[in-house]
Design a protein around this ligand. Structure first.
Ligand code: ZN
Length: 434
């Protein structure tokens, strides 16, 4: 279910942090990654606990842990014994130093560029935004390089070790190739080598994904989906985007576009969509269309200032305006059709609604919950919890932080096991196949 790792670039400052998976791995490198993965997966542990979990001898473990502490990847805290436990001695616990590690993030679209830094514990530590209209791919790439360098410098100034850079793209991406394939809102932005350019400029590993995908991952790992293994995220802005998160990873599909909910068809003869099709979910729920319906105007008529008017309509709905509520209930019916199919297809435990769905609140949630049973198997729908997103714009940098964290502390695979370990005693549970 996991995606291919699309990191590129040899990091001057951070490459020592990364396990050299796929290359020749030495026994100390393998054991070091095994210790990190065990601490990440199982939480704080004593050296004895780590020895039991990994099979690495205690003398070697002390050496590895000392090195990880010096490198700022692990910290040690002394915990007093639990009362009544009968043990008198305080215990030294080791844990991953998530607050000291960070991801730098650049997000871009046709009207703005934003740079931010998020630590791997889930806090946005720095953020800056530039309102700049799109002036062509070269100009945007140049600005992205500047923004990424600023974010990396800001992270260092905060005392953070920046492990990687993430790019949040407004269009479709090829995750494995590290390219932005196309963004409809940015004419001429096609097949752009974002990862290569940012890796060269920063010397760090760089990951690209759809902005909606990063948001989905951020919400599931740090927001409305905390603790959930199977979640679907849908967000409404001008269009509808989404993402699918399975076991702490964003489901990629072939290129990285899995979860493009906006263009699932929810009617045969519905409104025309920007993609050239008809009856797409995002065509039915386009804010401009909903505003026109509310005002009794032809739904195809262009609505000026649709953003602000949509806010007015949502405020009216929250205030009990029957017309606005009716339009949203109709929209919720279309959304139920789309999400009902998603429930049958993916069997999620939670659905998270972000973007302007949050602003609509109960005016969309209540009719959606009422309509969903008409479109999904009852046993699959049972227990599916539909919630509003909690993080707002922070979900993008936090999604990148979650991705970097999961990759940085991934267990080494059996294929990475050095021959000396593979031939001898099995190195321990964490690296074994299930
Ligand atoms: Zn469409």
């Amino acid at each position: 279910m996991g995606r291919k790792s699309a990191g590129a670039g040899a990091g001057a400052g951070a490459d020592g942090l990364w396990f050299p998976a796929g290359r020749k791995v030495t026994k100390p490198q393998y054991n070091r990654q095994l210790v990190c993965a065990t601490l990440h997966r199982e939480g704080p542990s004593s050296r004895v606990g780590l020895h039991q979990a990994t099979g690495i001898p205690l003398s070697r473990l002390s050496e590895i842990c000392g090195e990880l502490i010096r490198d700022g990847l692990v910290r040690e805290s002394v915990v007093a014994p639990a009362e009544g436990s009968g043990r008198g001695r305080p215990q030294a616990l080791l844990e991953i130093e998530l607050r000291g590690l960070a991801a730098a993030v650049v997000r871009y679209d046709q009207s703005s560029i934003e740079a931010s830094v998020a630590d791997l514990a889930g806090d946005v530590r720095w953020r800056r935004r530039w309102d700049v209209p799109f002036r062509g791919p070269d100009d945007t790439l140049r600005r992205l390089v500047t923004a990424a360098k600023q974010a990396v410098a800001a992270g260092s100034a905060e005392g953070l070790r920046v492990a990687a850079v993430g790019a949040a793209d407004p269009g479709t991406v090829d995750v494995a190739a590290g390219r932005s394939v196309r963004a409809v809102s940015m004419p001429g932005w096609r097949n752009v080598p974002v990862v290569e350019r940012l890796a060269k400029a920063t010397g760090l590993r760089v990951f690209i994904d759809r902005g909606d995908g990063w948001q989905a991952l951020g919400e599931v790992m740090f927001g409305a989906g905390r603790g959930v293994q199977h979640a679907v995220f849908a967000t409404l802005l001008e269009g509808i985007g989404g993402g699918i998160v399975e076991s702490r990873r964003l489901l990629a599909g072939r290129d990285g576009s899995a979860g493009e909910l906006g263009h699932t068809r929810v009617s045969d003869d519905g409104p025309a969509c920007g993609c050239g099709g008809r009856g797409c979910l995002e065509a039915h729920l386009a804010p401009a269309r909903l505003v026109a319906l509310w005002r009794g105007e032809p739904p195809e008529a262009p609505v000026r200032d649709a953003d602000r008017r949509f806010s007015e309509m949502l405020a009216a709905a929250r205030g009990g305006d029957a017309g606005a509520r009716g339009v949203l209930a109709e929209a919720a019916g279309r959304l139920a059709r789309g999400l009902g199919n998603v429930v049958s297809l993916l069997n999620p435990e939670r659905i998270i609604l972000g973007g302007r769905f949050v602003e609509a609140g109960d005016a969309i949630l209540a009719p959606l919950n009422a309509e969903l049973p008409g479109y999904a198997l009852p046993e699959l729908l049972r227990g599916v919890d539909v919630r509003l997103a909690e993080l707002g714009e922070a979900s993008t940098p936090l999604g990148v932080a979650a991705h970097v964290r999961e990759l940085l502390f991934a267990p080494p695979s059996a294929a990475d096991r050095p021959p000396a370990l593979a031939a001898g005693r099995r190195a321990g549970r964490a690296g074994d196949e299930p």
